[in-house]
Design a protein around this ligand. Structure first.
Ligand code: RIB
Ligand code: CA
Length: 309
């Protein structure tokens, strides 16, 4: 079976970087668009270029939105470090961006690539702008999958997950107008922790790519231990990639999901209505269960494989 044709919209970002490397092996990654999120757009774009170049991946990178639709620009540098790649240094990329118009690339690729799967693993600003520019976009996609939100809880506030919290207005547009959408939220990603064992496997593989991933993971595990007391780090974004290529490893159900935009304590919350079973008119599939061991293994195997090419 031919690999899934995938476009990733991202804000690298430690886990975004691992997701890009994973996707390069498990999918046909046709392009990357960047967005302001974990760190500013200059850093997220540079990181996407640098990580793919180090891995020997000639995948076009298109620069996207430098700020949310309404919010002032925010970042998660306390989690991902000032550069977005933690304490990891990586050679400056020698190639440049393919364009500074992520929206045009998303729309053009949806028109030219059959069954394109868009996987958004940062704030949803670019996706919302693309839907605003062409509301018929969902008709041309094989699917839209996002890492974001949560049926229960949050990580930036008690009720909001970072990608949604960073640009709630964009998330509202995408959840209302984005067509069939799979939501890979914290309910799933907090079950997928990579730790010291995975770091050892990656480092033992000994390629520049696997050692980079080991360094990124070491940083993430340390931050996770410091902040949550966990022995592993949730590699959120790679879960969204595998939810597309290995859907059998995940479980969920269609649910009405509303975006809270005005709550004092709940702005950025994905309000998942669990009351009424699977309504026919809900286009959002909320994933809740995952075969964590298999997903962890697939992530590490993919990064080792892509580094060995
Ligand atoms: O809440 C986790 C999400 O926020 C991930 O996409 C991570 O990269 C950060 O952007
Ligand atoms: Ca991200």
């Amino acid at each position: 079976m031919s690999p899934v044709r995938m476009l990733i919209d991202c804000d690298p970002g430690v886990d975004d970087a691992i997701a890009l490397l994973t996707a390069a092996h498990v999918a046909d990654l046709v392009g990357i668009t960047t967005v302001n999120g974990n760190v500013g757009i200059d850093h997220t774009t540079r990181n996407a270029l640098a990580v793919t170049e180090l891995a020997g991946l000639d995948i076009p990178v298109h620069r996207g939105a430098s700020r949310p639709l309404v919010n002032d620009p925010i970042d998660a540098s306390r989690i991902h470090g000032a550069t977005g790649l933690g304490s990891v240094t990586i050679p400056e990329p020698t190639r440049g961006i393919a364009s500074d118009d992520a929206v045009a690339f998303i729309l053009d690729t949806a028109r030219s690539v059959d069954d394109l799967r868009v996987v958004a693993i940062g704030p949803l600003t670019n996706i919302a702008l693309a839907l605003d520019a062409d509301p018929s976009l969902p008709d041309r996609l094989g699917g839209l999958t996002i890492m974001g939100g949560a049926a229960v809880g949050g990580n930036v506030t008690a009720t909001a997950e970072f990608n949604i919290w960073a640009d709630p207005e964009a998330a509202d547009v995408v959840f209302r107008l984005g067509g069939p959408l799979t939501m890979v939220g914290l309910d799933v990603t907090h079950q997928v922790l990579l730790g010291a064992r995975e770091c050892r496997r990656l480092r033992a593989a000994g390629t520049p790519t696997s050692v980079l991933a080991a360094d990124l993971l070491d940083y993430a595990v340390e931050r996770s231990r410091e902040m949550k007391g966990w022995d592993g780090a949730p590699i959120h974004d790679a879960c969204a990639v595998l939810a597309v290529t290995h859907p059998e490893l995940f479980g969920g159900a269609r649910r009405p999901v509303a975006l809270e935009l005005t709550g004092t304590h709940t702005r950025g919350m994905t309000v998942v209505d669990e009351r009424g079973g699977e309504p026919d008119d809900s286009h959002v599939t909320v994933l809740r269960s995952v075969d964590s061991r298999s997903v962890v293994r697939h992530i590490v195997d993919a990064v080792i494989a892509v580094g060995s090419n």
